[in-house]
Design a protein around this ligand. Sequence first.
Ligand code: 3PY
Length: 266
Amino acid sequence: AAHALLNAFKAKTPAFGAWIMLPGAFNARTVAQSSPHLSWVVIDCEHGLTSLHPGAAESVQAISSLGPDAPSALIRIPATGASTGTGWQIKYALDAGARGVIVPMVGTADKAREIVADSRFPPAGRRGLGSPFAPSAWGLSASDYLRAANDAVLVIVQIETREAVENISDIAKVDGVDVLFIGPYDLSVALGYETPSPDPHPDVERVIQLVRTTAAHAGKKCAIFCTSGEQANKRAREGFDMIAVTADAAALSENISKHLAAAVSQ
Ligand code: 3PY
């Protein structure tokens, strides 16, 4: 069960993606259709406006129905990896048919191990079986989905707290974690700096590069959030494997603003 993000990882080519903050399946589908260069999109249920249930499921189905070349639909769950009892959110996200789950603010290897367990069917983990919607979104029979999911579902943990930086080598070593995803905004605030404008403070940048090299050493992929194509291009050259290029709300507003500026120009 291949999907675009997994294919990019296997091919070792940078996987560019877009962030979905605005609600609605039509919005998600429109973002997913915007460029053949998109390997993934994430429906953000942490800071975005899509409900985990049933909103994110509807968006995942709308993206998946674009066919096998569609960008991989990921879901960022609302609860942070620091809180307990988040397993049901991972279950909803994966039952919706998400190709992977992004968990915010994961600070310890123990938390990362819990997230892996919640994301994998037995014997690798403790994910429950039952959703007909996950196989349907993947275009698989229930039994083929069960066989494929443990290898194809991506477990993505966000590195964006002081605790995560302190524990970075242990988190990177956790079996079953596929991607360490740096959140430069939260990380900057957590380390006592201003948010990136657009680049992070040099002290934060050093930590970012440390996370990237630690991930690479442990054989894990490393991802980062960017706010422009230029910044994303630079991150790809640095060796990041997965890069968020832009977000729907920002892109919409930037585009309207650009056209209005042209309309009123003398
Ligand atoms: C951050 O930069 O904090 C993120 O989580 C990306 O939205």
